[in-house]
Design a protein. Structure first.
Lengths: 267, 271
């Protein structure tokens, strides 16, 4: 009987292990967020560090966002034309693309791209600083590392993501216009009219609210992973990998929950 | 607070840091099991011990980077254990820390590294130009000229350590901690670092706390030596006192290093 019991215990432990780790990481991230919020309110306010991070996350990601948005918008336009022509409704391609980009694809793809580029960079940078004791050095110099390293990244990422999302939306629409109107010959006037007629500020607003939350999420994940990295170069590598995985999954899950909430609120 | 605690809470002229009953575990592993330690004001205090004896943990506790499970750390009579980060930051300008691998900020140049503490804490009193001047003076005093604009990655290990020291002393601390300052250096560089520690201690009249396992350095520069063994201090005093009748682990440590020749062990004497 005893070996069966031991086996069962092991099985239950292993099953419990994944949710336990999830809860632990989730709790740690909430604590870090709380801590960062407290330190953000205390002087000194490091505006230059926030601007520096905005430059890195925002300006640095601009070219890749433009490139990706033109192509996703374009392919979206192409596919929609094919599908809508089945119903002789290709005049509505502009509407479909505009609504989807503004409400859904814009914030999500922007956040995924920035998580891969800037979120992982945060984890690597903070992780290397942790391993080489630079974070401890900050503490001994009476500079709170959360205030100096984490707060500017959270603020910058949260502010910059909506801006990048807007860039994405505009460039995505340009891509869709290019392929639907110029290449596939959808009527230009109907395309533009339907875009304007059916897209409200609420649609764009929904995307921007999502972008705010995604920006905070991806920076929080990257900072948490980097800040708590351990175990040398391997540890930094793991932190970077986890950042990309955790933030991508979180963005998609949060997107689902947020969409539900925002639609209920009338967006 | 106990009677002994009351006495410790007084500022002592002789001892700047007094540690009592310090305990710290990581998971099920106890690293420090009740450390009592006194560190003399204005002298060079060495804490020696083998790898894994808990030296680095002790150092992190002393500067408040981690919290102990039990025990008190009195700095000038004030127990720093219950202080939160905000209160600790008020005390920290008293401390300077020289890290094992210097821990320079690699995104900043040498000069910016040394300027950093002043830019953070003395911006109201000093202009940027003045701060740069102070930083250059500190670098020059440590024999570092012409590398101001270099990045830490472009420097040798010994130079990085000296820049780390310049950054640590730029705020003129009262207590300087060194984490294994001679690890990874050749014998000549080791001697240079030792002399540097002595020079700084004399010039700035700071209390130096050096964590080390380098026995030769220890007995060359130490005014007071304490040995950490299996999470406890097993010997403490001047090098002369400690070597007069060393406990077995210290004897082995010293003899294996070959740094000092000990008198034969008095094995028959009851201790």
């Amino acid at each position: 009987m005893a070996p069966v019991f031991a086996l069962l215990t092991r099985a239950v432990n292993r099953l419990w292990d994944a949710p336990r780790r999830f809860l632990q990481v989730f709790g740690e991230m909430l604590l870090l967020l709380f801590n960062a919020a407290l330190w953000a309110l205390r002087p000194p306010y490091r505006l230059s560090l926030v601007l520096q991070q905005m430059d890195f996350i925002g300006v640095g990601s601009l070219s890749i966002i433009v490139l990706v948005s033109v192509f996703t918008g374009g392919v979206f336009g192409l596919q929609s034309v094919e599908a809508f022509r089945l119903f002789q409704a290709d005049g509505y391609v502009g509407t479909a693309v505009a609504l989807t980009l503004a409400r859904e694809i814009g914030p999500v793809i922007t956040a995924l791209m920035v998580a891969g580029r800037a979120g992982s960079a945060m984890a690597t940078e903070l992780g290397s600083m942790r391993i080489s004791e630079q974070i401890d050095a900050l503490s001994t110099l009476a500079v709170n590392p959360v205030q100096y390293l984490v707060v500017p990244r959270l603020i910058a990422s949260t502010l910059v993501l909506p801006a990048l999302t807007m860039v994405y939306d505009v460039c995505g629409m340009f891509g869709a216009y290019l392929f639907a109107v110029v290449v596939k010959g959808v009527d230009r006037g109907i395309f533009m009219h339907n875009v304007r007629w059916y897209t409200d500020f609420d649609d764009v607003g929904m995307g921007l609210i999502k972008a705010l939350v995604f920006g905070l999420t991806l920076a929080l994940v990257g900072c948490h992973q980097g800040y708590n990295a351990s175990g040398g170069a391997r540890g930094v590598g793991l932190a970077t990998m986890r950042t990309v995985v955790i933030s991508s999954v979180s963005i998609l899950v949060i997107d689902f929950v947020l969409t539900d909430i925002l639609i209920t609120l009338g967006f | 607070m106990t009677v002994a605690g009351d006495a410790l809470a007084q500022r002592s002229e002789r001892f700047q840091i007094r540690v009592r009953g310090l305990e710290r575990s990581f998971g099920s592993q106890q690293v420090l099991g009740g450390v009592d330690l006194d560190l003399e004001r204005g002298r060079i205090n060495l804490v020696i011990g083998g790898s894994g004896a808990g030296k680095s943990v002790l150092l992190k506790l002393l500067i408040g980077l981690i919290k102990p499970d039990a025990g008190q750390i009195y700095v000038d009579g004030e127990d720093i254990v219950p202080l939160d980060d905000f209160a600790l930051n008020r005390l920290r300008p008293k401390f300077g820390m020289v890290f094992q691998y210097a821990a320079l900020f690699d995104s900043m140049t040498v000069e910016e590294n040394v300027m950093f503490p002043l830019l953070e804490h003395r911006r109201r009193q000093l202009s940027r130009a003045q701060i740069r001047e102070v930083a250059r003076a500190k670098l020059e005093a440590l024999g570092l000229v012409g590398i101001e604009r270099k990045f830490p990655a472009e420097l040798s290990g010994g130079m990085r350590k000296r820049v780390g020291l310049a950054r640590a002393i730029v705020m003129e601390p009262e207590i300087l901690f060194y984490d294994e300052p001679t690890t990874g250096l050749d014998p000549v560089a080791t001697k240079n670092v030792d002399e540097m520690i002595q020079e700084i201690a004399e010039k700035l009249k700071v209390t130096s706390v050096v964590i080390s396992h380098d026995m030769a350095s220890t007995f060359r520069i130490g005014h007071r030596v304490s040995m950490l063994y299996k999470g406890q201090i097993i010997a403490s005093g001047s090098p002369h006192e400690v070597l007069a009748d060393p406990p077995a682990p210290l004897r082995e440590f010293v003899e294996t290093s070959g740094a000092v020749t000990l008198p034969p062990a008095r094995e028959l004497v009851q201790r």
